[in-house]
Write a protein that binds this ligand. Sequence first.
Ligand code: NAD
Ligand code: ZN
Length: 351
Amino acid sequence: MELIISTDSATYPVFLANGATSQLNSLVSDRYDSIFVFADETVWHHHADYFNQHAAFDYQVFVLPSGEESKSFIVYEQALTFLLENQASRKSVILAMGGGAVGDLTGFVAASYMRGISFIQLPTTILAHDSAVGGKTGINHPLGKNMVGAFHHPQAVVFDTNYLLTLPTSEVRSGFSELLKHALLSDANWVEELLLKDSLDDLLLLNWELELAKGISVKATIVQKDEFERHERKFLNLGHTYGHAIEGVVGFGRIKHGEAIALGLVVSLLLSNQRKLAKVWTKKLCNYGYPTEFLFATPFSQLLSYIKKDKKNQHGELHFVVLPEIGQPELTIVTEQEVEKAHTLLLALIK
Ligand code: NAD
Ligand code: ZN
């Protein structure tokens, strides 16, 4: 399947299929001085042989620590050093092979190395259907997630669903949250379909190629309208204000991004007066085994201090994306008391 992402500043293809890695050969042939692969350590361990069977070009590989650890200043500097030591030029390309973490780090390296070189996203998680398109790249600062970054689009996204076969079920769960977010932002029937699934085993049986294509299309439509997040793109933050606060309090990488977003979606639904839907989703997320217990030991004041740092806030007011109707997101100002009430209700629902 081929989709096209088109914004004012970039147009690029998304190849989504089992075996899509072969597409790389025509994408990179004769176009670049040198090719670098930045690969997540776990992904490389599982899939280096498969990659080598499909890739008919020379490359140098830089193996990154698995997951969120790679979105750090230390790894960022090591990556730049690797490129410099290996004489990467402005006509080099980096292939980002891994989940959203490797994609975000690699994209930011590509955005800043020699003021910008090319990169191609090779997402290997369900969640990365979201992160691999749209051009947001970045790393974390100890004081806040994704606080340092740049807009830099890839030349292409090559999503080989073969890589998903080794994905742990906890990562399927995590990626499902972003898929549900895309459904909530777009289509009530799709939400209903997704929420019919009773157990994690049912989720594993989804037609992932089709679901990922739908998710990518929702993101593409929004990014096309508002590339630089002045208006509509903020809607993609549904569930993220509270979710990022959880990640901040628990510690980046200690809870999976999508696991935090799952709870953030409940809070957004509660703030939208969508209590019934919030209840249904909370029941499902408990069935799927999303971690929830830790919330009882998490003081609301700590969450609030992260929520106050959210990039959407203005003039000291808290801005949340809410969903009065499925498919009709809005950005609204909420009070600290309203967020606390939603947090308390969430605790009651997961008890
Ligand atoms: P991740 O990249 O941290 O990967 C999760 C884990 O899965 C890691 O341990 C990794 O080693 C492992 N893994 C990855 N692919 C695998 C595979 N095929 N088989 C086995 N193991 C595999 O997590 P993620 O959920 O993909 O991405 C989360 C990150 O994405 C967060 O940092 C988040 O901020 C970012 N994000 C960015 C955007 C954006 O627009 N740029 C959007 C959403 C999320
Ligand atoms: Zn997200």
